[in-house]
Design a protein around this ligand. Structure first.
Ligand code: KIV
Length: 259
């Protein structure tokens, strides 16, 4: 088996082969997902909500992202590792964006970074791709914009929003991104964007016609408590399995049956 690069990701679209992407935040999960043949491991800034128990992704820092990216990189052999750029690590200036993206590659070991936004970050994406830092775009429901959006709401339902998201997608491609996440947009819009772009689209809550799909690993494994967005498919309920194992262990220790 061969290491997956951004060139393979483009080839998969060109060949009509769907792209699989999952989030990963630590060494062991990275090792397991990589062994299952997942194409892309995303060290999402969702680490804030999912792992750190924060209310949203805004407080996540570069130090958090570097720490988790390093762990994921140590666990994977083949998958492409993409690291999210956290809120305010790229919006303040091009210099900061370059420095922070560079750190995610240089110290984190990621092979690409992901940035939220469309036309508003076109210059930033271009500044990174022009110094050979591969960028994945992310438009639609962008969690770092939670306050502007007034919550986590599907984007692009109105015609003017559809036009805006089409323009955003085009800007991300024009700036040199190698792929783009479409989050929380109507399936019909995701289909239209996917057919207009030459780079692959990776959907989450965006229907079946994207070139690939991404989910948060804890949602897939049933490790997100009561939180379950409508579009998520939970493939296993690990929380119950863990609860049973830990209760058995605690009972056996109390009873003197273990060790
Ligand atoms: O941070 C994240 O997990 C993400 C995915 C949901 C696309 O950005």
């Amino acid at each position: 088996m061969k290491k997956i690069t951004i060139l393979d990701i483009q080839r998969y679209k060109d060949e009509g082969r769907k792209i699989s992407m999952l989030t990963a935040y630590d060494f062991q999960i990275s090792r397991i997902l990589d062994g299952c043949g997942i194409d892309i491991l995303l060290v999402g800034d969702s680490v804030g909500n999912v792992v750190m128990g924060l209310e949203n992704t805004l407080p996540v820092t570069m130090a958090d992202m570097l720490h988790h990216t390093q762990a994921v990189v140590r666990g994977r052999k083949l998958a492409l590792v993409v690291a999210d750029m956290p809120f305010l690590s790229y919006q303040v200036s091009i210099e900061q964006a370059r420095t922070n993206a560079g750190l995610l590659l240089k110290e984190g070991g990621a092979e690409a970074v992901k940035i939220e936004g469309g036309e508003n970050v076109e210059d930033i994406i271009r500044a990174l791709t022009s110094i050979d830092i591969p960028v994945m775009g992310h438009i639609g429901l962008t969690p770092q914009s939670v306050h502007r959006m007034g919550g986590y709401k599907v984007q692009g339902k109105e015609e003017h929003q559809r036009q805006k998201l089409m323009a955003d997608a085009a800007a991300v491609e024009r700036a040199g991104a190698f792929a783009i996440v479409l989050e929380g947009v109507p399936a019909s819009l995701a289909r239209e964007i996917t057919s207009h772009l030459t780079i692959p689209t990776i959907g989450i809550g965006a229907g079946v016609d994207c070139d690939g799909q991404v989910l948060v690993i804890n949602d897939v494994l049933g490790l997100s408590g009561k939180f379950r967005p409508k579009f998520v498919k939970q493939y296993v309920q690990l929380e119950d399995i863990i609860r049973k194992a830990v209760t058995d262990y605690a009972d056996e220790v109390k009873a003197g049956a273990f060790p």
